[in-house]
Design a protein around this ligand. Sequence first.
Ligand code: ARG
Length: 275
Amino acid sequence: MNKLGPARKAATFAAAATLAIAGVAGCAKEDTGGTTEGGVALVKAGALTTCTHLPYAPFQSKDDTGKVVGFDVALIDLVAAKLSVPQEIVDTPFEGIKSGADLNSGKCDVAAAGMTITDERKKVLDFSEPYFDATQALAVLTGKEVKTLDELAGKRLGVQGGTTGEEYINAQVKEKSLNIEVVSYKDLAALQQALATNQIEAAVNDLPVWNEYIKANPGKVVVATGFDTGEQYGFAVKKGNAELLKTLNDALAAARSDGTYDKIYATWIGEKPAS
Ligand code: ARG
C-alpha cells in the first residue's frame, strides 16, 4: 500500500524525474566536460579543477576548517573568477602532477603545487609564466651545528620524493661523492615530522616552505644554509591547452599590474624581497 497522498506522490514523481534527468545530464557532462563562456574547455563542467599535493604551506595546505588555502590557491582563484566558476582542488601525489599524467587523464585542468619549472617537466606540461622565485634550503633542529653538506657525512639527510630538492641533493651527493644517506619522504609533512623527531640530521626543501614552518613552530628548526638553485614556480596545464594557458597568464599579468599579486604575496609569504 502506498501511504502517500496524491500531492506527495506527484512531488515524489517529479523529484525522481528530475533526478533521472540530472543523472543523464551528469553523464553527458562527465563525457564532454564543460566549456566556459569564454570558450575554455574544462574537465568538469562548472568548476576549475586544480591538482595539487598537500600539504605545501604557504602555497597550499588545509586550514583549521579543512579548507585548502594558500598562495597558489589565491592566485588560481583569480583564474577561476575570470572563468566565472569556483575552483575545486584535488589532492594527489606529486609524481602524477609533474609527469603530466593527471592533466593528461583529465583529473584536473590545472596543476598548482609550488612546482618548479624545469626543462624535463616542460616536455610533458605547458607552464604559465613564472609566478614565484625559490631556492633550496637545508633545515636542522635548532642547536645543531651543520652548515654544509660535507658535515653530514655518515648522517641521514631527508628530502621530499619527486621534487627538485631531491634531484639537487642526489646530484650533489654523486658529484662530490658525499657519504650521506639520502632518505626520501612521500610528502612535506612526513619530511618535517622526521626532522622534528630527529630521525634525520637535516632536511632539504624549498626555502619558503621552511620559513613558513619556522613561523608556525617558532624555535624548533633553523635554516642552516641555502643552495642558490634559482628556481621559478609555474602553474601547468595539459600540453596544447592554449586557451586555459592564456587565461592563466592573463590573470597573472592582471594581478601583477593591479596590485593583487602583491596583496596575496603579503598575506601568504610576507615581506617582498627587494628586487
Ligand atoms: N618546488 C619543488 C618541485 O617543484 C617542490 C614542489 C612540491 N610541491 C608540493 N605541493 N608537494 O619539485
